[in-house]
Design a protein around this ligand. Structure first.
Ligand code: AMP
Ligand code: MG
Length: 330
């Protein structure tokens, strides 16, 4: 199969809709990362997402809709706090999990009785979803467990020859995947952290939990149990407090002739001034936006990526730390 990369316009969006309606897959940009979309009503199309990505069959997919799509045919029991959150943060990088009405293919939710709904804010994602006018099941458009894609080139590197079309919307501004929020209980609960933070949710909903699995407890967001976001090279992660040790390791390995790269924010980079630097930027938003691009740059250039955690770990940085920890093997 030949993979085309096209900028979204009338012609390419019509082609994308045709592919989706005939059961095919289309990669499309969002404000977080690139998604790999299929018609959520079409079980065979949804199954092919798992095949193309090599994704475990028990890791459910998020359903993407345009902002005027009526989700009452797909989900039920939408609590008041979720309506308020939707009012404030949608379209945007927030996925809300509700009870499913069973209308979308069971392959979307992997047997759970819930389904995650997301309304992306990226204008070209909206244009694509509006053109198709169907709920689109979409995980990130990478090979399973690899670093998520934030450019069309990243998608191409992973899925060339396996999908017919990538809509090229440039670099994703957000950089880490959406916040996944369980909205089936009396209080919302974060299953995966992201750019819509716990603080932002609590401000609107009054309260917000964060799911932390206890040993032996069933994982409520199955995707969270897997190794994830990993570059194809060795990785090490040091805490901010241990940054001098990280730099020591960087020097030692380079002295041995290994290509070690230091991945850190601008503050840590300024302390050590390494030649081999994967600079994440200054603000939490910049760090989130650069993380996957820098992990992919690292796997191209480095034998070992030595990452240093940023000093702050609240707000958006909670989501960054979650990804960074998994990328470095948990
Ligand atoms: P990805 O598509 O790779 O961004 O991953 C989607 C994430 O959303 C995974 O962590 C899934 O486990 C989670 N997810 C999707 N649907 C549900 C659901 N119905 N209940 C709980 N978690 C979900
Ligand atoms: Mg993913």
């Amino acid at each position: 199969m030949q993979t085309q990369i096209l900028e979204p316009d009338g012609g390419s969006l019509a082609l994308a809709a045709k592919i989706i309606k005939s059961g095919g897959l289309v990669a499309f940009p969002t404000e977080t990362v690139y998604g790999l979309g299929a018609n959520a009503f079409d079980g065979d199309a949804v199954h092919s997402i798992y095949e193309v990505k090599g994704r475990p069959q028990d890791n459910p997919l998020i359903v993407h809709v345009h902002k005027d799509y009526d989700i009452s045919g797909i989900v039920c029991d939408i609590p008041e706090y979720a309506k308020k959150l939707a009012e404030k943060y949608l379209p945007g990088p927030l996925t809300m999990v509700f009870r499913s009405k069973g209308a979308v293919s069971p392959a979307v939710s992997c047997g759970l009785d819930t389904v995650g709904i997301r309304v992306p804010s990226h204008p070209q994602a909206q244009a694509f979803l509006r053109c198709v006018d169907l709920p689109i099941a979409a995980p990130s458009a990478n090979v399973s467990k690899h670093v998520s894609p934030v450019t069309a080139r990243h998608v191409y590197a992973d899925l060339n020859g396996r999908i017919p079309l990538i809509l090229d919307g440039g670099k994703c501004a957000g950089g880490i995947e959406s916040t996944v929020l369980d909205c089936t209980g009396a209080v919302p609960c974060i299953l995966r952290s992201g750019l819509v933070t716990r603080e932002m949710i609590a401000e609107v909903a009054g309260d917000c939990g964060v799911f932390v699995p206890r040993p032996g407890e069933k994982v409520r967001s199955p995707g969270m149990k897997y190794k994830h976001y990993s570059p194809d090279c060795r990785t090490m992660l040091f805490t901010y407090a241990d940054r001098a040790a990280a730099y020591g390791e960087y020097e030692r390995l380079n002295g041995e002739g290994q290509r070690a790269y230091l991945m850190c924010d601008d503050a840590v980079a300024a302390e050590f001034l390494p030649d081999n630097l994967l600079a994440l930027g200054k603000t939490p938003e910049q760090i989130a936006a650069n993380l996957y691009d820098k992990l992919r740059e690292g796997e191209r250039k480095a034998d070992v990526i030595i990452a240093v955690a940023p000093e702050r770990q609240d707000g958006v940085m909670a989501g960054v730390m979650n990804r960074l920890t998994k990328a470095c093997g948990g």
